[in-house]
Design a protein around this ligand. Sequence first.
Ligand SMILES: NC(=O)c1ccc[n+]([C@@H]2O[C@H](COP(=O)([O-])OP(=O)(O)OC[C@H]3O[C@@H](n4cnc5c(N)ncnc54)[C@H](OP(=O)(O)O)[C@@H]3O)[C@@H](O)[C@H]2O)c1
Length: 262
Amino acid sequence: MPSSDYLSQLFGLAGKVAIVIGGTGELCGAMAEGLAGAGAEVVLVGRNGVKAQTRLDKIASAGGKAWFHAAEATSKSELVELRNSVVQRSGRIDIVINGAGVNSATPFLDITEEEFDRIVNVNLKSVFLGCQVFGQYLVQQGQGGSIINLGSMSGVVPLSRVFTYSATKGAVHNLTLNLAREWAPAKVRVNVLVPGFFPAEQNKKVLTPDRVASIMGHTPMKRFGEARELIGATLLLASDGAGSFITGEELIVDGGYHSMTI
Ligand SMILES: NC(=O)c1ccc[n+]([C@@H]2O[C@H](COP(=O)([O-])OP(=O)(O)OC[C@H]3O[C@@H](n4cnc5c(N)ncnc54)[C@H](OP(=O)(O)O)[C@@H]3O)[C@@H](O)[C@H]2O)c1
């Protein structure tokens, strides 16, 4: 039987530094709390300082260590500045979560180029840049590391109404698996965490009553997920102990949504 010491080695993150892009939001904020609870020093990244402070207070009151760095996730120069300031202040980077995301339910024929570009920029370009800026650092350091990109069920099967969102998430899944293969020799693991349906800021407009009924009819557990239910999967992917042989994985947390057929 594994000892409790061994189990804490599996999931403990003491001494690690985690950057959580989207950490001011609902899901990645909860994931950040989980990482801090496991002992990591956490850097919350987003643009909203008020939401960041609320999350920092929660982490601090639970005894965790975290700080906020404001950055635009679609800007390479701001991500490079983020990388430099984390290395300067915390001395290292071990875990990176690319979770900035926006959504829209515009009917396909009405999607403007402006809207398409905006969603592609936030959901896909930010992940591309996050992987490039932090992947380069992790590979060069040669100490391994874990990158977790936020995917979606719509990256697995195209969900109705969210056309641009689905296209970007499909691309995030594809990029994740591509990089997992590239960086496995450098022990940098790249995985995609795939939440099912969790109420949050970015999908408020999309979750109309008829859509909620349709989601519930398709979810064997008959409920939405709660953000804290992503913490276990996050620690599994983040930890070089528990996740040592896991890369290129699409880890679905959806109450059985993807297993529903008839
Ligand atoms: N909720 C779900 O059911 C669900 C399901 C599948 C996947 N996801 C994915 O999970 C991730 C988190 O979403 P959420 O549901 O937790 O939504 P949320 O609460 O709206 O959080 C979205 C986060 O993205 C950040 N963000 C957006 N645009 C940004 C930009 N240009 N630069 C920097 N940060 C930016 C926001 O930060 P600021 O407000 O501070 O700028 C916010 O922290 C997204 O990638 C989403 O697609 C969510």
